[in-house]
Design a protein around this ligand. Structure first.
Ligand SMILES: [Zn+2]
Length: 295
């Protein structure tokens, strides 16, 4: 697209006064006496104002500012534009829409570029946190707490955060079960006691995403850094904006995963497994809990 408006500044219209104060503005333009020169701005306002055509004056809140050959400016709705200035209005209005879109996209990229350093900082922070969490995760195995490791794997696959322990039912519990079901229970009969609810279990499902997120985003930031928004096509601009939105979304996602990781490997959360670990290994467990995060 051959638009040399990348440096053109579109004044944002926020109130009707912004329009009335424009130099050359008239609130009573006679369309029969004027020839349309250009559509110069668009607005969408919260309250209604009158159409600037002397034969219309219908209140509306979405419209555009037009300039006529005589140098006068007024505001009108799209219906009036088409009705009084015909095809010429439609094509000038479409041209302006494209220019505004193009200019907004360039602004968007310029803003994204200002955030590059901050995004690098965020990625490095995510990477450092991820490494800390992973080293705690590895400590489970290096401390020889394989039972705990397997339990976490099992909970990850079942997607259940309930920490439970199985034990033989007591005599009254067996009797209660027989009354409840109206049948003799099979011996031995086991009951599952809930020990607690594990926080942050999703970390285990999502932990491998972090590496990809960091890698992809560093590539995306470098591409953004090298991108020349003043010498490009609308299509390339749109692509770069989408990529940047994806980057922001995935940084948010990575933050959620990291938060889960800190919750999962907090000492209080992991301590809930103590009754499931044989007392022989409690010294190892204490050493592991010391590696864990403060809650
Ligand atoms: Zn009108």
């Amino acid at each position: 697209m051959n638009i040399s408006v990348s440096k053109k500044h579109f004044l944002r219209i926020n109130t009707w006064d912004d329009i009335y104060k424009m130099s050359g503005y008239t609130d009573s333009l006679d369309p029969k006496k004027e020839k349309l020169k250009q559509v110069i701005n668009k607005y969408e306002l919260p309250n209604k104002g009158k159409c600037g055509l002397s034969n219309c004056r219908t209140p509306h809140n979405i419209g555009c500012i037009v300039e006529t050959e005589s140098g006068r400016l007024t505001n009108l709705g799209n219906d009036c534009g088409k009705k009084y200035f015909g095809e010429n209005f439609t094509s000038l209005s479409n041209k302006l829409s494209k220019e505004i879109d193009y200019s907004n996209k360039i602004e968007n990229i310029k803003l994204a570029k200002l955030n590059i350093a901050e995004n690098y900082r965020k990625l490095n922070e995510i990477e450092a946190d991820w490494k800390r969490i992973e080293s705690v995760y590895r400590a489970i195995k290096s401390e020889g707490l394989d039972g705990l490791y397997d339990k976490l794997e099992q909970m990850k696959h079942s997607k259940s955060s309930i920490i439970a322990i199985q034990r033989r039912a007591t005599k009254p519990e067996i009797e209660l079960e027989e009354v409840r079901t109206g049948k003799d229970v099979q011996n031995p009969f086991y009951i599952s006691d809930n020990l607690g609810d594990l926080k942050g279990l999703n970390y285990l499902t999502n932990r491998t995403k972090i590496k990809t997120i960091i890698l992809n985003n560093k590539i995306a930031l470098e591409r953004l850094n090298n991108f020349d928004e003043d010498k490009t096509t609308l299509k390339e601009l749109s692509k770069m904006i989408k990529e940047n939105e994806k980057l922001n979304d995935s940084v948010r996602e990575a933050h959620c995963i990291i938060t889960d990781g800190f919750k999962l490997f907090s000492a209080d959360n992991m301590r809930q497994f103590t009754p499931l670990i044989s007392s022989k290994r409690h010294r190892k467990l204490r050493r592991f809990l010391n590696c864990c995060f403060e809650s």
